[in-house]
Design a protein around this ligand. Structure first.
Ligand code: AMP
Ligand code: MG
Length: 643
């Protein structure tokens, strides 16, 4: 067959094809994936029929579980990149319960391409009538052609061969003259590595950043913030546990349910200041036997008919007492010469049990008082003490270090050198972490030099389980972190670009170092971006590792000024003010929101969650109500509540 050139590509450029394997099984065990390697061969190898036509280049691959949301997210993310020509999916197209690929695809595509579906089905039916059980969807989203293929390797080959011929032409029509995209793409050398998926989550393969010349496009797919949150949640595994004295348990996270070691109250206690009596004696005069104060044993005094004992609030009552009469309902009749009461009169009728708290009425011995994963705050400290729990099992605090990167950075306190700025990120992040109960270690400032960065990372990872860095993750030639993490630390980059503002270059990686799993969150250097992403990603990561499943609070707020929307969802700093006459707090902007202006974080207690700009929605007007996430406030999820 004569190779058909991809109509609009020039020079050595190739058709950029991404593919996603949809399979619960392969997502857990990558070695089970046979369709993926076959697909790579069919698309790229010019000795195959389809490869000859497509001359494609697979630059990203993913293996995802049969989860509609994840499939949609991948398709949306990839098709929003300007340089992805075709996305192929395999699997999830049958009649099994979890097969959901066509539904997810239909939700994403803007124009259907039923002819492609038909061609695949016809080719399949030529081989076996069972092909009629393939449920496929194909279409276009944002100039990217999305094609569902069946899951089995055999069907993948037959299907691709059936449609290959039409794909270049379809793209030529779809893309029109967007060949500058192709030009830009030539600068990125895509690798043929495979995604490594050891954990049950989607992972992406990033192509090499260290190409000759300056990169103009990030090698990392842009993923949504929600997906990034999900990835963090799934990847972070709670740290070990340890036993601590309750006095040192403040802000720690319980890892076992806690049961009361005693009854509360441990004895029958008076609710009032008054007299312990026998209710059956009724109204009338009583001989006062003495007083039973707090701390006395209940049996110290014995009540007989016609007698009473003075008791204080919270003090034990004699074993025989059946009621307490408050002092206001009595009259003094006679006193001893010493001033001690000798006789009183009870003015009201008393009922059995009146104003006596029975043993264990508040908490019974053995009752569940706190559930695992509860955060121990002041009230919980008191509860543990009240129930006699002197020691508790909590998560060992994940160790965390903060490292600033940048040649221009200086510690505050030194005279500022020319071309330098003071390092504000480290102190902001360390304070934020301390405020949430962590004990961050200051890892200093590293220069933007390869050796220096490697040394700083190694030293930090030797010491801590979680490393938070700022700077050095954008698109500059001094942005060394990602390639160094990959090459020198064999780290896996779970995400390297987020569809959010600020915070686009936020990067999350894990690696094994000295035999231990390490988590690395690289935040952008701009002080506002670092602060915002620390709230949104660092605290949730640490909380997860700490066994704390609480979530940020998202509420509705009324904006007091208008906002022009950005193409990325934006997190604008605001001060929320509540007023009991209005249903929503008012959101006051903290001023210019440019990501270098740290003043915009001052007094901010929330981030407005402004949606991304669309054709229909370009602005939020004053007085409109939008979502806002509270800063520094996490709420318990239901499982830590205890009836
Ligand atoms: P980078 O992300 O390294 O490209 O840095 C972006 C901007 O943030 C530059 O203007 C840096 O000077 C600034 N920056 C980076 N790190 C810090 C820091 N630790 N404290 C204050 N500003 C910083
Ligand atoms: Mg820098």
């Amino acid at each position: 067959m004569v190779p058909i050139k991809f109509a609009i590509l020039t020079g050595e450029a190739k058709m950029i094809i991404y593919y996603v394997i949809v399979s619960d099984t392969c997502n857990v065990d990558q070695s089970k994936d046979l369709s993926g390697p076959l697909l790579t061969n069919l698309v790229t190898n010019s000795e195959t029929k389809s490869g000859q036509i497509l001359q494609g280049l697979i630059s990203y691959k993913a293996i995802v579980p049969d989860e509609r949301e994840i499939i949609e997210s991948v398709l949306k993310t990839w098709s929003s990149k300007p340089d992805v020509h075709v996305i192929l999916t395999t699997g999830g197209t049958g009649f099994a319960d979890r097969d959901i690929t066509p539904e997810a695809t239909k939700n994403v595509i803007e124009k259907e391409a039923p002819g492609i579906t038909l061609a695949i089905l016809m080719a399949g039916l030529n081989v076996t009538p069972m092909a009629m059980l393939s449920r496929l969807a194909c279409g276009i989203r944002n100039k990217t052609l999305i094609i569902n293929l069946p899951g089995s390797p055999k069907a993948v080959k037959e299907s691709l061969e059936a449609i290959a011929l039409a794909i270049p032409h379809a793209l030529a029509l779809t893309l029109g003259a967007k060949s500058e995209i192709i030009e830009a793409h030539k600068r990125i050398q895509c690798t043929e590595e495979y995604t490594s998926v050891n954990e049950k989550h989607i992972t992406f393969l990033a192509s090499s950043e260290e190409t000759a010349g300056r990169l103009r496009m990030s090698a990392y797919p842009m993923i949504s913030m929600e997906m990034a949150e999900k990835l963090i949640e799934e990847i972070a595994v709670s740290s070990d546990v340890e036993v601590v004295n309750v006095k040192n348990a403040f802000q720690r996270i319980l890892r076992e349910d806690v049961y009361s070691l005693c009854h509360l109250p441990p004895f029958r206690a008076s609710v009032k200041d008054g007299y312990a009596i026998l209710a059956s004696d009724g109204k009338g005069r009583r001989k006062v036997l003495g007083r039973l104060g707090a701390g006395f044993a209940p049996g110290t005094m014995q009540l007989d008919p016609g007698t009473c004992v003075w008791v204080n609030t919270g003090a034990p009552v004699p074993d025989e007492a059946t009621a307490v009469v408050q002092v206001e309902d009595t009259k003094l009749i006679k006193s001893h010469s010493s001033g001690e009461e000798q006789e009183i009169e009870i003015l009201c009728h008393s009922t059995e049990g009146q104003d006596i708290r029975p043993i264990g009425i508040d908490i019974e011995k053995g009752a569940l008082i706190l559930k695992a994963h509860t955060k121990i705050d002041a009230a919980e400290m008191g509860l543990l003490a009240a129930c006699g729990c002197a020691q508790v099992i909590v998560t060992k605090l994940p160790s965390v270090g903060v490292l600033s990167t940048g040649n221009e950075l200086q510690d505050v306190g030194e005279p500022l050198k020319e071309g330098h700025v003071y390092d504000s990120n480290k102190i902001t992040l360390m304070t934020m972490l301390q405020n949430s109960g962590y004990a961050p270690v200051d890892m200093g400032i590293s220069y933007d030099k390869k050796d220096d960065t490697i040394r700083a990372l190694r030293k930090s990872l030797d010491q801590v389980d979680v490393l938070v860095t700022t700077g050095s993750v954008s698109m500059g030639d001094k942005d060394l972190l990602k390639p160094i993490l990959k090459k020198e630390f064999n780290a896996f980059i779970h995400f390297g670009r987020l569809n959010m503002k600020p915070g686009k270059p936020t990067t999350f990686a894990t690696c094994k170092h000295n035999g231990k799993k390490k988590y690395i969150l690289c935040l952008p250097g701009n002080p506002v971006s670092a602060t915002v992403t620390a709230y949104l990603f660092v605290l949730p990561l640490l909380n997860r590792l700490n066994g704390n499943f609480s979530k940020p609070v998202i509420l509705k707020a009324k904006v007091t000024s208008s906002y022009r929307l950005d193409f990325r969802p934006e997190f604008a700093r605001v001060t929320l003010q509540w007023n009991k006459f209005e249903p929503y707090p008012k959101a006051y902007s903290t001023g210019n929101q440019v990501s270098s202006r740290l003043l915009s974080c001052k007094n901010a207690n929330a981030l407005l969650m402004l949606p991304e700009k669309t054709n229909e929605l370009t602005e939020i007007e004053e007085g409109e109500v939008v979502d806002a996430v509270l800063l520094n406030f996490f709420q318990n999820v239901e499982k830590t509540f205890c009836d």
